[in-house]
Design a binder for this molecule. Sequence first.
Ligand SMILES: Cc1cc2nc3c(=O)[nH]c(=O)nc-3n(C[C@H](O)[C@H](O)[C@H](O)COP(=O)(O)OP(=O)(O)OC[C@H]3O[C@@H](n4cnc5c(N)ncnc54)[C@H](O)[C@@H]3O)c2cc1C
Length: 425
Amino acid sequence: MTVAAAAAMDNGPPPPIFRGMSFDDDILIAGGGLNGTSMALALASAGFRTTLVDPKPPKVRKAKDFDGRGYALSISSMRVLKTLGVWDALTDVQSILHITVTDGRAGEGPSPLMLAFDHGEIEEGPMGYMVEDRHLRPALMQAVNDANITQIDDHVAGFAPDTSGVAITLGSGQTRRARLLIGCDGRDSAIGRDSGIKRQGWGYDQTALVCAVAHEKPHGETAHQFFMPPGPLAILPLTGNRASIVWTETTARAAEIQRMNDADYLDILRPRFGGFLGRIDLAGDRFTYPLRLSIADHFVAPRVALVGDAAHVVHPIAGQGLNAGLKDVAALGEVLTDAHRRGEDMAAPDVLARYERWRRFDTATLAFATDTFNKLFSNDNPLLRTARDIGLGLTNALPGVRRRLIREAAGLTGDLPRLAQGKHL
Ligand SMILES: Cc1cc2nc3c(=O)[nH]c(=O)nc-3n(C[C@H](O)[C@H](O)[C@H](O)COP(=O)(O)OP(=O)(O)OC[C@H]3O[C@@H](n4cnc5c(N)ncnc54)[C@H](O)[C@@H]3O)c2cc1C
């Protein structure tokens, strides 16, 4: 008979050594956004007892007007979501077959030196996919329900790690004990802050104006990125003759534009957009997102791991924030599963350090690249303008470089976790 069985037969309290060893959850996830729900699904698929805690009730997070964004998802993100059983439930997925990158000015149209990417340059199929938040979020939440993952409408108010686990206090005062706490609690992560993890970064004094437009002519499954002096304008294809617009302006100007009525808003947008898709009209609500860069110095702390925006917030210039988050999900899920299968304490410091080594360098590189691009392109300096036009033209003339960039954006480079290869944990 094991000591534990002997203790269970005894009606008295368990011996002290076992007091701290009973767990409500293997893993508790703080934050039920896109990364938190994906993380929960990945862990549940590997058999971990997982609880998902978010103060916003599912009804609010599922509401169609909760977040107006469309996401450009990479091939590796598509594979993660497909393997987790979410992708095939998505409606209105739009493939991206072509991408053009152009230097431009409002009213002048794009500069003739452009960079063009085509899906024929890679073997894996479309370069990426556009998915609307109003479809992605409910699909993830439905999958979480179907997997019977425990969900609590509350916030994590505090936590105390010890050698075997972590005691977590919720806003209601309820406490739960888990082996590991995962912070998927977004860009102002309290889990990161309360773990003593510092962050590096700065604001951009830029705000993204986000909306969907209906346009007259077909978009030809092409995503366009125009680099304007105040910041980039992305025109991303949605199903039908519609596009998702991520339009960056200085924060003061964005606030003025957001206050305008729809007709005035469109009058500002039209000359930036140009006439290549014919007449455009708004097709939904308008949103704003202040932009900043923020990366955690560490992605792990005792009994804690950070995932998604809680670990890194990057400029949306390359549409890579969620893609990076889903790679975190895949990498952390794999590290924890493999450690557990080998009989290791899955939240031991050396195990969590594997996750940090795998993801921090990649995301720091992404943060640096998006920051540099934004600084190089978001200005009207004539010298820089000439240099970057030549740079775009040269890059376009080098098929090897173009192919490398496509594979990078599609999330196909580097040490890909199993989920990002389309394999189960
Ligand atoms: C304009 C714009 C365009 C973008 N476009 C793209 C794109 O095309 N492609 C792409 O890959 N990425 C894109 N991104 C990035 C992407 O939107 C984010 O990376 C992603 O949404 C972050 O999700 P998350 O789950 O990490 O965080 P969040 O969505 O912020 O979720 C955090 C959750 O944590 C909860 N929470 C907070 N505190 C607590 C607590 N104490 N306890 C419990 N729960 C808590 C919150 O209620 C919330 O639900 C874009 C971003 C912007 C701003």
